[in-house]
Design a binder for this molecule. Structure first.
Ligand code: PHE
Length: 336
């Protein structure tokens, strides 16, 4: 074949090569071991010496030219490929980001933190005691005799004889007074356990105990502190009342009710049509309790109170099933 027309043919074919892989195919067909040029060189063998030299030189030149063309195109396609990759990985910094789900405190933690904040602002410090408690601290030292209904097997989880899961935070009163002389002004938040499970009871729930002991502490101090607490917690206008009650470790004792936060006192299902909701137990520390911890009840007086954190959270947030706090359902939790 005429070398001039081979050159034209190569040029034509090269112009239709559009990417690296077709360029590679082309290179193999033209410059490969069994390609066009190998074939042309093979044909030289049949020529005589003079012709072979001239023709051979021309073929070589043409081959060098073709190699150069292929190399040029290769660089071109490689640059193109690189640019395409750069474009694909380009980041648009003006695009709105994906907003991560932000965690938050559990509603019970929020409620507990608020209770603690109110009392610490009133000068109370935070004390703690063990969840697994001696019968002595949970009952005996709190003036709860052996045959008291609160010791019923139905209510108390017994760990072993003489050891229980505390049924209230009141044992922290005893532990604190045993190790501190008056004045004592503490709150004691923590988990408590009772063998109970329904829409308004879980086997584990939380209480905050309060204890203020000194010379000359009176029932009016109890009323004052709890009134401030309730107004801070439920709002300035929340009505409250102290209703006579009984606890073995306080005398006199009172339960505190607040005006129903659901119906504002007009009567509803939540307050059982009374217009009032019980929120805590309280009273003046019983002289017998003082004697047990070695305080002189002739000289020292004080008050104590205990409230359920779940109950307060339910009233504050309008939740009607206590078990909601423990399902860990995100649809519930994300509302707080
Ligand atoms: N411990 C009592 C209860 O669990 C509440 C309470 C605490 C009452 C302190 C009076 C004083 O019901």
């Amino acid at each position: 074949m005429e070398l001039g027309s081979i050159r034209t043919k190569i040029e034509q074919e090269l112009s239709s090569v559009k990417d690296l892989s077709s360029l590679n195919q082309f290179r193999i067909a033209i410059l490969g071991r069994k390609g066009l040029f190998s074939e042309l060189i093979e044909r030289l063998k049949s020529l005589d010496k003079e012709e072979r030299r001239n023709y051979g030189r021309e073929i070589n030149e043409l081959k060098l030219w073709a190699e150069e063309k292929v190399e040029e195109l290769k660089t071109h396609f490689e640059m193109e490929e690189k640019r395409r990759k750069e474009l694909a990985s380009w980041i648009d910094v003006t695009m709105p980001g994906a907003i991560p789900i932000v965690g938050r405190s559990h509603p019970l933690t929020q409620t507990l933190e608020e209770i603690v904040k109110i009392f610490t602002s009133l000068g109370f410090s935070v004390a703690e005691g063990p969840d697994i408690e001696y019968d002595y601290y949970n009952f005996e030292a709190l003036n709860i005799p052996k045959d008291h209904p609160a010791r019923d097997m139905q209510d108390t989880f017994y760990v072993r004889p003489g050891v229980v899961l505390r049924t209230h935070t009141s044992p922290v009163q005893i532990r604190t007074m045993e190790s501190h002389l008056p004045p004592v002004k503490i709150i004691a938040p923590g988990a408590v356990y009772r063998c109970d499970n329904d829409i308004s009871h879980t086997p584990m729930f939380h209480q905050v105990e309060g204890l203020m002991v000194d010379k000359h502490i009176r029932f009016s101090d109890l009323k004052g502190i709890l009134t401030v607490f309730i107004h801070e917690m439920f709002g300035e206008k929340t009505p409250l009342r102290f209703r006579p009650s009984y606890f073995p470790f306080t005398e006199p004792s009172a339960e505190v009710d607040i005006g129903c936060v659901i119906c504002q006192g007009s009567g509803c299902r939540v307050c059982k049509n009374t217009g009032w909701l019980e929120i805590l137990g309280s009273g003046m520390v019983h002289p017998q309790v003082f004697r047990i911890v070695g305080y002189d009840p002739e000289e020292i007086t004080g008050f104590a109170f205990g409230m359920g954190v779940e109950r307060i959270a339910m009233l504050k947030f309008g939740i009607d099933d206590i078990r909601q706090f423990y399902y860990n359902d995100m649809r519930f939790l994300s509302q707080f």
